[in-house]
Design a protein around this ligand. Sequence first.
Ligand SMILES: N[C@@H](CCC(=O)N[C@@H](CS)C(=O)NCC(=O)O)C(=O)O
Length: 214
Amino acid sequence: MAPLKLYNHPLSPPCRLVRLVAGVIGVDLKIEDMKDVYKDLKTPEMLKKNPQHTVPILEDNGIYISESRAIAMYLVSKYAKDDSLYPKDLNKRVLVDQRLFFDQDFFHRILNVFMPVFQGKQADPSKIEKVNDSLETLNRMLDSKQWLAGDKITIADYAVAISISALEFIPDSGIDATKQPNVKQWLSRVESSHPKYAEGLKEYREALKKMKQK
Ligand SMILES: N[C@@H](CCC(=O)N[C@@H](CS)C(=O)NCC(=O)O)C(=O)O
């Protein structure tokens, strides 16, 4: 089997989700880092691979897949030894899907706070409020629950936890996910759920530190 290739950026949370899921299920990825995601993905060649000009893009035997959550679903469905991270049983899967769609919206709310900060502007308080609203929702979802979707960890837990870690880009925003008690406990469960999670988080924090020093 030709190795799977991932078009990647080391600091991108969606790329981190793909690298994590691949690592947990034991799939090797050949990584190609993009230097400038706002430029390198807009060449005619790359736009053919992904018209959305975003990373991650997974290349598997001539197939190109974008959207991190779709890639995670694909990797588990095709390569995992069992279906616990993304159950085949529709009654279980639908909850994972729901949480992943929630995460898509949540991540965009986070982006709406950090994009202006990146451009040297003030974060909009109403956008901060939206992120806090999602964190309250998450806290309710986790009421009396170990995991976000069912009784085992799934790709939804990984996706949402990685979105939360994107908040580390903007420590001055005042958004603190650990103010929500269920979220705080669940985050530490996710962090200790698999050595690959802890490894990825450490690498991410080191890359973030380097970026800030620059
Ligand atoms: N919903 C997408 C978001 C991907 C995304 O926004 N990627 C950013 C890097 S974190 C990117 O490639 N941006 C370049 C652009 O939008 O032109 C996913 O989950 O894969």
